[in-house]
Write a protein that binds this ligand. Structure first.
Ligand code: SOE
Length: 367
């Protein structure tokens, strides 16, 4: 039984810094540790919160943003509220450091583009955690689609459903446009779904129309300023048509990202809550494939971090992503690394979705 570890070799032990101490910082710090990094420093919204986060996450030093940027970290992970991503990521880049910035990269397309240009100018590795790309069975699906095994793409049926905002008492900074930005459900999780769809299909959405829904005017006494759910109708470059349902108010659904592509020969279906499986649909004889690095498409083994039978999940995908970013910092060119250009793409789609919903019309999305 073989497993392939993605190890970061080229630049010695990497020193990583973190901005923000919430849920996403947990995933980032675990992944950085798994990749062999020194968790050098962390800054948060206050010195007290930074100290608590440092203790909880096992980071060496708590400090201010200025101290973190002046310190010896080669890479900084930005895990703060959405509206702070762009200004903080820019400061990281201008400090000459590599950067991993949570999505949405920015709350406007203009800002996202400016960040991608700044990263290019400063020659730093700049990545966005579209981590679902790092499930082995997603790579398997992509390899099959790109090899033409499913035939010509006809339709897609996708969804990303959660329920953590179901009740009016469910409140979060993401629900205010000041901190969250003009879009919540789409920018937070719809962006993952579109990234994965385009990554697996190997082609882009070229037209879309959408309806958004905001269920409550207020949450926790604050006005809600962005959408709880969005239904999107898409057309891809090759003419495939499809539907995407994105909601953070789907009772019982926790992190249900599903991607189903129908070709002229076969269908493939990936379900993030059953990430070790891939459904292959055929008119005669459906198959359920299970992760198996020895039999799968070449390239899938690289993401198989545990022996078959030892189930991998969300954190393993996150670990794979961070390991690849660190490999890129070491000079490698990992296949499928989601960069700031992919963050720009998500911002482009977000603006198209909001415009389509506002003006009740089809929007052509530049590719
Ligand atoms: C909350 O909706 C959230 O944590 C997202 O912000 C992440 O991107 C997603 O991976 C899981 O759900």
């Amino acid at each position: 039984m073989t497993t392939t570890e993605v190890t970061h070799t080229g630049i010695g032990t990497i020193r990583s810094g973190f901005l923000g101490g919430g849920f996403m910082a947990q995933a980032h710090t675990r992944a950085a540790r798994a990749a062999g990094a020194v968790l050098a420093g962390i800054a948060s919204s206050s010195p007290e919160r930074a100290a608590v986060a440092a203790a909880e996450l096992g980071v060496e030093r708590a400090g201010t943003i200025d101290e973190l940027l002046a310190g010896g970290s080669e890479v900084v992970h930005v895990c703060t509220p959405n509206s702070t991503h762009a200004p903080l990521a820019l400061r990281v880049i201008e400090a000459g450091k590599h950067v991993i910035c949570e999505k949405p990269l920015a709350t406007s397309l203009v800002d996202a583009r400016a960040l991608a240009s700044a990263a290019r100018e400063h020659g730093v590795v700049a990545a966005v955690p579209f981590v679902y790309r790092y499930h082995p069975m997603v790579r398997e699906a992509r390899a099959r689609v790109l090899a033409g095994e499913i035939g010509t793409l006809l339709t897609v049926d996708c969804g990303y459903l959660q329920d953590w905002m179901l009740l009016p008492s469910d409140d979060d900074w993401r629900a205010t446009s000041d901190e969250g930005g003009p879009s919540r459900a789409f920018a937070d999780i719809g962006s993952h779904l579109c990234d994965l769809l385009e990554f697996v299909a190997g082609e882009r959405i070229v037209r879309l129309t959408a309806r958004t829904r905001r269920a409550f005017a207020e949450r926790g006494g604050r006005p809600v300023q962005n959408e709880d759910a969005v239904a999107i109708l898409v057309e891809t470059a090759s003419g495939a048509i499809g539907t995407l349902l994105v909601s953070q108010m789907a009772a019982g659904r926790k992190n249900a990202l599903t991607l189903e592509l129908h070709g002229t020969r076969e269908s493939v279906r990936f379900d993030q809550e059953r990430p070790e499986e891939l459904w292959i649909g055929r008119r005669e004889g459906n198959r359920q494939l299970f992760r198996d690095p020895q039999n799968a498409h070449p390239g899938v083994a690289r993401f198989s971090r545990l022996p078959v039978g030892h189930a991998q999940g969300y954190q393993d995908a996150f670990n794979g992503f961070v390991a690849d970013v660190y490999a890129a910092i070491a000079g490698e060119q990992p296949d499928g690394l989601p960069t700031f250009d992919d963050g720009v793409r998500a911002a482009q789609l977000t603006e198209a979705v909001l415009l389509a919903a506002r003006e009740e019309r089809w929007i052509e999305v530049p590719v």
